[in-house]
Write a protein that binds this ligand. Structure first.
Ligand SMILES: [Zn+2]
Length: 236
């Protein structure tokens, strides 16, 4: 055998052995594309636990009251729930420490007039004064003016047509807690009517209403409801 043929044979053998034991370059490409595909969201299915969250807002009128509101604030804090309080200006003046706690706890504070008057039966000037006095009482404690007004009795007359730059907040669910003053019936009414986006009307000046509110939170939380302040419902 000539030396040239021998050399060619050695080279062929070397090339054969090299490809037999060398890493497969095509094999290394495959996993990279597989990783990319697995990491994209094309096959991603959201956790069902987060798909059905319904938001509701608990609102409390007529306080703050020194005999009932602190227990409510404590219960809300324990449950890490934020609510909305439409406070009466005069009562806010008398209970500055409670209003301050409310604000520190992250609750939204709204205006419920200064003396809980019926705005629809007053002159515009008097109605504006009622609202401004309550706004000032809130500002004195929180350092900010509220944008939200809940007129007592749900009646605000023509006041929204004036220069008043506030949002009126009414409600979707009214268990008439001030009338029945019974924890169980308030709870049952609210939990059977609650739906996504509802604003619930309660009064923190009644002990049965405070107890009802905390029970409502416990029951509706288990049913997938999240409790938010009214601004999150009105301007999602
Ligand atoms: Zn009221």
């Amino acid at each position: 055998m000539s030396s040239i043929i021998k050399l060619l044979l050695y080279i062929s053998l070397f090339i054969f052995v090299y490809f037999l034991f060398s890493p497969n370059i095509h094999h290394t490409d495959i996993p990279s594309s597989s990783i990319t595909r697995d990491d994209t969201s094309s096959d991603y299915t959201p956790d069902p636990a987060y798909m059905d969250i319904k938001k509701v807002a608990l609102t409390f009128d007529d306080g703050p009251d020194s005999s009932t509101t602190p227990a409510l604030l404590e219960g809300l804090r324990e449950r890490n729930v934020r609510a909305t309080f439409f406070v009466v200006g005069k009562k806010a003046d008398e209970n500055k420490d409670i209003l301050e706690q409310m604000y520190k706890d992250g609750h939204l504070i709204g205006n419920h007039t200064n003396t809980h008057c019926n705005l629809s039966t007053m002159s515009c000037d008097n109605a504006l004064e009622e609202i401004n006095l309550a706004n000032n009482a809130i500002f004195q404690v929180t350092g900010s003016y509220t944008d939200y007004l809940r007129p007592p009795f749900g009646e605000c007359g023509d006041i929204l047509d004036t220069s008043l730059n506030m949002f009126q907040v009414l409600w979707d669910i009214d268990p008439r807690d001030w009338s029945v003053q019974n924890t169980k019936s308030v709870v049952n009414y609210v939990i059977t009517h609650a739906d996504d986006g509802d604003i619930i009307l309660l009064h923190d000046i009644f002990r049965p209403s405070v107890e009802a509110a905390l029970e409502i939170i416990d029951i509706l939380s288990e049913r997938g409801f999240e409790f938010v302040t009214v601004d999150e419902i009105l301007f999602p």
